[in-house]
Design a protein around this ligand. Sequence first.
Ligand SMILES: [Zn+2]
Length: 208
Amino acid sequence: MRGASPIFHSMASQEIETLASALARLPGLGPRSARRAVLWLVKRRETALVQLLDALTQVRDRLVECETCGNVDTMNPCGICSDPRRDQTSICVVEDVADLWALDRAKLFTGRYHVLGGKLSAMDGVRPEDLNIGALLDRAAQGGIDEIVLAMNATLEGQTTAHYLAERLERYPVRITRLAHGLPVGGELDYLDEGTLAQALRARKPMI
Ligand SMILES: [Zn+2]
């Protein structure tokens, strides 16, 4: 059966090579695990592969980025931004959508979010203009916001980003807070258990 051989290397077809190299670009998947995933899928062409194709198509066709906060959802503004039960006066700023999900799973923050889309990094050449910072300043400038929580990761770059944002936000009449450092140093939000995250949020501190 074509493609079912466990020995890929040069024997693998072009289709398999192409899929394996696309998968190998996913976070956490190297070339070896990508090939194993391809083989697994080839063996399940009629079941798991169909489901995966369907799910990928849904994601491609239905998901959009919220123009207000940068979240990913099927609507714009996203479900969180357009939920009237959410506190409209507080914004929690996170690096990535995964952090938004982690915080929202903890169910302690009732306000809305703002996703930067990364963090400042001299090493990776990420500058303020590369991040979704302008839209955050616009939201602060529009008024009606009492508190902005800077929920960056407890990494050097995360904290550099938080300090930069605190400075840029200083001129607006908002309270700027940060997560308490119950966060382990180097800790990334979406790896934390919900209890730790909830505690860090509850004990948040004034940033400046
Ligand atoms: Zn939104």
